[in-house]
Design a binder for this molecule. Structure first.
Ligand SMILES: C[S@@+](CC[C@H](N)C(=O)[O-])C[C@H]1O[C@@H](n2cnc3c(N)ncnc32)[C@H](O)[C@@H]1O
Length: 243
């Protein structure tokens, strides 16, 4: 990792998110024009095979303000969900939401980072991470940790932003990501943190390349789903037996 990339990793860290935690949800909705809700729903649906029967245990890494963890619990009434994040500020917003959501004593939040998951081997049926893998400095290590805590056959779902594709709509999406997002982010947050977003998206590997990285860390790739002109991708993988 070169010096510039290191700088990006620090910019996406838990400490940075502590500073914007109270405004994160609003910024998120405005910058994605609300589209992120549909992406999350799609992600929740892909957990079905492992979350609908028995007593499934799900882990949402880089849970932030907890939207995906809470949506998983709502969709899968038999599931217990743990949301993990290094930012106490983000988790405090998540906990407020949990208390408002009815019946969500099945969800709990915990401080921790993707590269050192504080859980036993093979203790989860499903692991998700939305808009978080980009912020993990050592991604192969993070992926290996997710493989370790998943049971063989367990499901990994990664939702992540990507550099939009070409064509007219791809071009519009690029304009959005490169100009509108950093402008609105800097304006509304009153800080420069959101400029990191555009740079970190550009620094993230192309989807096929990242899918190969997932496969090299103990997973079988099941699906690679482009969303909204390639503005995001949903990676669906399964923990390989015996790895
Ligand atoms: C863009 S937010 C995404 C939050 C949430 N998953 C969502 O979909 O809105 C990225 C989150 O990654 C967390 N994060 C940063 N470094 C991390 C690490 N090493 N391991 C796990 N999470 C990390 C940040 O604290 C932040 O809450």
């Amino acid at each position: 990792m070169n010096k510039a990339e290191n700088q990006e990793a620090r910019q996406g860290s838990g400490e940075m998110f502590d500073q914007i935690a109270e405004r994160y949800d609003l910024l998120n909705r405005l910058m994605s024009l609300g589209i992120d809700r549909g992406w999350r729903e799609r992600t929740v649906g892909k957990m079905q095979e492992v979350a609908s029967t028995g007593s499934p245990r799900l882990l949402d890494v880089a849970t932030g303000t907890g939207d995906l963890a809470l949506a998983m619990a709502k969709a899968y009434p038999l599931a217990t969900v743990v949301g993990l994040d290094p930012s106490k500020g983000m988790l405090s917003v998540a906990e407020q939401k949990r208390q408002k959501a009815s019946g969500d004593e099945r969800v709990s939040f915990q401080v921790g980072s993707a590269e050192a998951l504080p859980f036993e081997d093979e203790s989860f049926d499903g692991v998700s991470i939305s808009f978080g893998i980009r912020n993990v400095p050592d991604r192969p290590l993070g992926l290996r940790e997710m493989a370790r805590v998943l049971r063989p056959g367990g499901r990994l779902l990664i939702l992540e932003l990507s550099e939009p594709r070409g064509g007219f709509f791809g071009g519009m999406a690029k304009l959005h990501v490169h100009h509108f997002v950093p402008f609105v982010g800097a304006l509304l947050s009153g800080k420069k943190e959101y400029r990191y977003l555009q740079k970190s998206i550009a620094a993230f590997p192309p989807a096929e390349e990242f899918a190969a990285t997932i496969a090299s860390q103990g997973f079988d790739m099941l699906e690679l789903i482009p969303l909204t002109f390639g503005t995001a991708h949903l990676y669906v993988a399964e923990r390989r037996a015996g790895s």
